[in-house]
Design a protein. Structure first.
Length: 172
């Protein structure tokens, strides 16, 4: 299966910054929750890594994500249980002392009695990291739903200030 993120990216005529690197500024894509699995062929390694983050463990790919998730999940849960029309259920991912996180924030909104998630990325590499990130945000959304008495999930939205594809060219 082709990567839907790359297909969407290429349909928008990205800027070619050099032969191996192209970029779209302000890239957005949304998935209905019940159809998201159709677009991706995740493997066990993807699930193991995202599970580690949900269990508040660090991984090489998601350095410090579990720290911000562990701080934000309880606050967002309380906010949405208190006021299900709130716009304040936000987790900011501030990175660490070495670099900012690529994922800037998650916002959880309940509309029409369904949970929606908005993931905002400062920078998003779509070919290598994109499928992992979609699964991680899907898993964060499922966990939030569980904390909100298994509320139905409707959409997951992804926004990136800079979405890019790095293509590795093998030397002959």
């Amino acid at each position: 299966m082709t990567n839907i993120l790359i297909e969407q990216f290429n349909s928008l005529e990205p800027t070619i910054l050099n032969p191996n690197y192209s970029e779209i500024i302000n890239f957005s894509i949304a998935f209905r929750y019940e159809s998201i699995n159709y677009y991706f062929d995740w493997e066990d390694k993807h699930y193991k890594e995202t599970q580690a983050v949900l269990e508040y463990l660090e991984t090489a790919r998601y350095d410090n994500y579990s720290f911000w998730w562990s701080k934000g999940l309880p606050k967002c849960t309380v906010e949405l249980l208190k006021d299900k029309s709130s716009r304040r259920a936000i987790i900011q991912f501030l990175g660490n002392k070495h670099s900012p996180s690529c994922l800037s924030s998650l916002q959880f909104l309940i509309r029409n009695d369904k949970l929606n998630t908005i993931a905002n990325f400062r920078s998003w590499e779509l070919s290598e990291y994109g499928p992992y990130d979609v699964l991680l945000i899907k898993r964060f959304t499922e966990e939030m739903s569980r904390h909100l008495n298994n509320i139905e999930i409707e959409y997951i939205y992804f926004n990136a200030g800079s979405a890019h594809v790095i293509q590795t060219i093998e030397k002959i």
